[in-house]
Write a protein that binds this ligand. Structure first.
Ligand code: ADP
Ligand code: ASP
Ligand code: MG
Length: 403
């Protein structure tokens, strides 16, 4: 018997009609005699609503209770799907992660799955049942409920595919595949047929919300190919799989942008060995993620300016941490929270010279100022003002012949 993992995202189960549609999709696989494992997100909006409630109660809501609360959204959607399938005459039931169990490690809110106990689910499937498993959650070694980070049902799907040795893993969402850039922001975005784990991982990490970055990492580490497809339209999606070379002759595969970045500049920092470490160590101890960093070469060897980016929600915490830091002295702390990181991604750039130049030239021709640059083997990112993001994406999409 071939096994398929079917994952449904929040919009796909967002209302009663959509849950009926999801049940129909599941039924088509079951009728084809597949062993079907379903994993679902909460109905769209529910997780945000729960987060809002914790913020209204406490600025420092208990981490363990936060996960218990957030995991409830998935319990509801799974019970609704299972109930509908039973109504249609199928053998189905909901499974909470702790009932399986799905074991996680790591901190609350960002745990990772490290083991899934197969017995109960396998037996249920052997008896003809369709398990409807709550995504986004697990339990830790202390038997407490954990969650896998926003969008974490993607990771649940990949890890279920790994542990059950699934033949197919389909991620059903509200778009019909992975596009060259977010199709909601750029009408000329094109669907990609096949993309490598590495490119997908860069795209996800650099702002393409369609897959959770950690889930793509899990897929890459365990070599789990998967497809992203639409739960609304019956058409072919995008295959994400292992490949070192480009799947097409496009140099650039995708373009992404981030939201909620902030740029910080510390002016006139005393320039001495260890200064960068003494700035960034307290930030990391406070769980503040630093992304792009530039340190200017000091003209007088005494003072330098340091610029870096963080998530804007960490701005207040960062300012406080830096201003309280006795190990550094500086003249001024400035920030700009109206910035965005725009990135071009493609394995093709490894073998094609001149991509950086083409990117900068294209942006310059539209008078878009670049504030910070960072690169890796298969991506180039620039930090620009928020207001130019749409224009930058359109310009680069055209420049790299993705239109
Ligand atoms: P789900 O609730 O199904 O997990 P998400 O909202 O997490 O869905 O992800 C789907 C969304 O990702 C799409 O609606 C789309 O706007 C966005 N997105 C961003 N970048 C891309 C991209 N390159 N290709 C496809 N979708 C993208
Ligand atoms: N419901 C969770 C979230 O909104 C997990 C998911 O949708 O994958 O982040
Ligand atoms: Mg998602």
């Amino acid at each position: 018997m071939k096994t398929v993992v079917l994952k449904f995202g929040g919009t796909s189960v967002g209302n009663i009609d959509r849950i009926k549609r999801v049940a129909k999709i599941i039924a088509t696989y079951k009728k084809k005699k597949f062993g079907v494992i379903v994993v679902s997100s909460a109905m769209s909006g529910i997780t945000n609503q729960l987060i809002k409630q914790t913020k209204e109660l406490s600025k420092n809501f208990d981490a363990a209770e936060y996960d218990v609360l957030l995991s409830t959204g998935e319990q509801a959607s799974c019970a609704l799907i299972a109930g509908r399938l039973k109504h249609l005459g199928f053998k189905a039931r909901s499974w909470m992660s702790w009932q399986i169990p799905i074991i996680t490690e790591g901190s609350y809110s960002s745990s990772r799955i490290n083991k899934i106990n197969k017995n109960k689910i396998s037996n249920f499937m052997k008896s003809g049942g369709i398990p409807i498993i709550t995504g986004f959650q697990g339990i830790n070694s202390e038997n407490r409920v954990t969650t896998l980070g926003r969008g974490g049902t993607d990771a649940s799907a990949i890890m279920l595919a790994k542990f059950f040795n699934a033949d197919t893993c389909d991620i059903f969402t509200d778009v019909d595949g992975v596009y060259t850039t977010d199709p909601k922001n750029h009408l000329k975005a094109k669907k990609i047929d096949k993309i490598s784990y590495d490119e997908m991982l860069e795209m996800a990490s650099l702002g393409a919300k369609v897959m959770q970055p950690a889930s793509v990492q899990d897929a890459k580490l365990n070599n789990i190919s998967f497809s992203v497809k639409s739960s609304f339209k019956k058409i072919k999606g995008t295959l994400i799989t292992n490949n070192k070379k480009a799947f097409s002759d496009q140099i650039i595969t995708g373009i992404t942008s981030t939201k909620n970045d902030a740029k910080i500049t510390i002016i006139g920092v005393k320039d001495k060995p260890g200064v960068a470490a003494s700035i960034f160590k307290p930030l990391s101890l406070n769980q503040i993620n630093v992304d792009m960093v530039v340190q200017n070469i000091s003209l007088n060897s005494k003072e330098t300016d340091l610029t870096f980016t963080i998530k804007s929600e960490d701005l207040k915490k960062t300012e406080k941490t830096i201003k309280q830091n006795k190990k550094i002295s500086f003249r001024k702390f400035t920030y700009d929270s109206n910035v965005s990181k725009v990135s071009i991604i493609g394995v093709g750039m490894i073998t094609t010279p001149g991509i950086t130049y083409r990117m900068f030239q294209a942006l310059a021709s539209k008078k878009i100022n670049i504030m910070v640059i960072s690169t890796s083997e298969i991506k180039i990112s620039v930090l620009i003002s928020n207001k130019y993001v749409k224009k930058a994406i359109a310009t680069l999409h055209k420049e790299f012949k993705l239109d």
